[in-house]
Write a protein that binds this ligand. Structure first.
Ligand SMILES: [Fe+2]
Length: 167
């Protein structure tokens, strides 16, 4: 693992061990914003070979993950949360139009929930944003983008519910 990434993983571990709630995540987002300005860190973590989702680090004790994402073209995701997990989206290259939603009706097994759009804002290179448990959001990417993201738990192993948008 590249040294800067290893150092960041250790910092995240120490921060979350001491402060696993929203304020600890804010500290990590602030640290990540600094790293997103660091060409060395970005170049080591995101390359031409980076796929749409790559787990760079998974913490054996706390379960959080640091991920690299590289989308070669436009990519939009429907409204979602991360179930029992939080996430931090760090924009490295390109732009994401992120929309936040209010929960109108919870989702259940086999039944999509309902969500109403609240606001849309841009994530531009150097910006990191925290989504706590249950925060509904949908990213729209209109061209190539690259991100460094964290998940409180590896979402590969967590089932996601669907949400329909209502006016
Ligand atoms: Fe998300």
């Amino acid at each position: 693992m590249p040294a800067r990434l290893e150092q960041f993983a250790k910092e995240c571990h120490d921060i979350l061990k001491a402060d696993p709630g929203p304020s600890g995540r804010k500290k990590i987002a602030s640290r990540l914003q600094g790293l997103l300005q660091d060409r060395g860190f970005v170049g080591e973590s995101l390359t031409d070979a980076t796929p749409e989702r790559q787990v760079l680090y998974e913490d054996p004790e706390l379960g959080f993950c640091i991920l690299a994402h590289s989308y070669k073209s436009a990519k939009t995701s429907p409204p979602h949360d991360h179930g029992p997990s939080w996430a931090i989206y760090g924009q490295a290259k390109g732009e994401t139009d992120m929309t936040d939603y209010a929960l109108v009706e919870p989702a259940a097994e086999g039944k999509p929930g309902k969500a109403r759009a609240l606001r849309t804002y841009k994530l531009t290179p150097g910006i990191a944003h925290v989504y706590n448990e249950g925060d509904l959001h949908s990213p729209a990417r209109h061209g190539p983008t690259q991100l460094i993201r964290l998940e409180g738990l590896n979402m590969d192993r967590i089932k996601r519910f669907k949400f329909d948008t209502v006016a």
